[in-house]
Design a protein around this ligand. Structure first.
Ligand SMILES: Nc1nc2c(ncn2[C@@H]2O[C@H](COP(=O)(O)OP(=O)(O)OP(=O)(O)O)[C@@H](O)[C@H]2O)c(=O)[nH]1
Ligand SMILES: [Mg+2]
Length: 453
């Protein structure tokens, strides 16, 4: 089933639900042009239309009623998104019109597509590999230029070709070892152990390089969660408001103002920061504030990194700091001292001194936030960057198998052991681009797509 070509023809609306200028209805599968022809009335039948041509006409339902006038694009296999015969019907952008066109198509034996089914077919028909198929979703979901650039790179196959290269070198080594096994009695050696070790080390190095891009790639793709915590009244809500350039959270001189966690997004040089303003952490008798403090602690646990805000009075020492140290458990922390307009002399040991009133130091704060988020590593436009957890895990698995292969080699175990681990590593790499895959992996990936993609 997995690799068989699809026999049935599917349809879905490819444009967002709701009113718009036009709606696009996608049809793909062996019967798509024939089915569209049956409901289409134009100058010439679509069955005579060459690939990549557009045709004006009317959609007429089973009863002979006209549904809408439309433009129909015809794509013939294999030169279409899915690799199959496909049709795209552009109608007026009314949800009612679009669903009536879908219904007339269903009357012709076409079925509704599942989420991501068009892209799944593109993968199964070899139009794109699995990493590229995943990049299609990333392109759609991109919210920053940097995220879009990363997703485009992956869609263009930059990661895929790197992985494919590693896979090919692995295949070369394991075939040599397997060949040696075939000639075991003649005691022929095609490559000596140290040569093989060097080759494996080269591949491990490349894999580690890719693994090293993940924290950067993930932040670029998904943004980063930052918790703003500290004692009451140090100016957490004031800082959030300053960064948002609006009076989002209530600010007052009364300690314990904020109770709920307030989450807002800011973009700093193309990176999405999801900031949580939290209740100031302290012991309190107020039950509502207690709940607020509990939520602050949770926000710290959920965050990728924590801005620990203080003023000259509170500082960074004491119980709160040691508690945060435990809660953050090795997470990134940025220590910031606020209200420098009041106390210009350097106070507690902060990485940056700011004023949420005058804006002093905010530029430096943003610079440090960016640095904490993506690290100092800068990747060029065309670098292969890993941004997907699935790819990361597969690379880790591959590295593990390679290390096992190295161990066997060094212990002079039989070539069979080495070859098994090399094959495993090669399969892990294959999972990234989809040369090795299972129905589960595919369902997991494509169920997250929208319908019509
Ligand atoms: N002068 C000065 N005052 C500030 C600054 N930042 C905040 N404040 C004042 O400090 C007081 C507390 O500010 P908030 O932003 O409510 O403090 P918070 O940390 O959110 O407090 P809780 O929500 O109670 O935990 C308010 O009166 C602010 O106007 C600053 O940089 N300079
Ligand atoms: Mg507050």
């Amino acid at each position: 089933m997995l690799n068989s070509l699809n026999e049935d023809t599917i349809t879905a609306i490819a444009t967002p639900v709701g009113v718009g200028a036009i709606a696009v209805i996608r049809v793909s599968g062996p019967e798509s042009i024939i089915a569209a022809d049956k409901i289409f009335s134009g100058k010439k039948p679509l069955s005579e239309a060459p690939s990549h041509t557009i045709h004006y006409g009317k959609i007429v339902d089973l009863k002979g009623d006209q549904v809408d006038d439309v433009l129909v694009s015809v794509f013939r296999s294999p030169n279409s998104y899915t690799g199959e015969n496909s049709v795209e019907i552009s109608s007026h952008g009314s949800p009612l019109v679009a669903s009536r066109i879908i219904e007339t198509l269903l009357d012709q034996g076409v079925r509704l597509a599942e989420p991501g089914e068009f892209t799944r077919r593109a993968f199964l028909n070899g139009r794109i590999d699995l990493a590229q198929a995943e990049a299609v979703a990333d392109v759609i979901n991109s919210r920053t230029d940097a995220a879009l650039r990363g997703a485009r790179n992956q869609l263009d196959g930059i990661l895929s070709s790197r992985v494919e290269l590693l896979r090919t070198s692995l295949l070369n080594i394991s075939s040599l070892i397997e060949l040696e096994l075939d000639f075991a009695e003649e005691d022929i050696q095609f490559m000596n152990t140290s040569q093989i070790l060097i080759k494996i080390d080269e591949i491990v190095l490349e894999i580690n390089k890719l693994l090293g891009t993940y924290s950067f790639g993930k932040v670029i793709k998904d943004g980063i969660n930052v918790a703003l915590v500290g004692k009451p009244n140090v100016g957490k809500s004031s800082l959030l408001n300053y960064l948002l350039k609006e009076s989002r959270a209530i600010v007052s001189e009364i300690p314990g103002t904020t109770r709920d966690v307030i989450i807002e997004e800011i973009f700093v040089e193309g990176i999405l920061f999801r900031l949580s303003d939290t209740a100031g952490i302290r012991l309190t008798q107020d039950v509502i504030e207690q709940e607020g403090v509990r939520r602050s602690r949770q926000a710290v646990k959920d965050a990728d990194f924590v801005i620990f805000l203080s003023d000259h009075e509170s500082g960074f020492s004491g119980e709160l700091y040691s508690e945060l140290g435990k809660l953050t458990d090795g997470k990134r922390i940025l220590r910031v001292t606020n209200k420098v307009d009041l106390y210009p002399s350097m106070g507690p040991d902060a990485e940056v001194y700011i004023s949420s009133k005058t804006g002093e130091g905010i530029h430096e704060l943003l610079r440090l936030m960016k640095k904490k988020a993506i690290g100092s590593e800068a990747y060029t436009e065309n670098a292969a960057v890993v941004s997907n957890m699935r790819h990361y895990k597969a690379l880790e698995e591959a590295a593990k198998s390679l290390l096992a292969a190295k161990d066997s080699l060094m212990e002079s175990l039989s070539g069979e052991f080495v070859s098994v681990d090399l094959r495993k590593a090669e399969q892990s790499l294959g999972e990234i681009i989809g040369t090795v895959t299972t129905e589960d992996i595919l369902n997991n990936i494509f169920s997250k797509f929208c319908i019509g993609k």
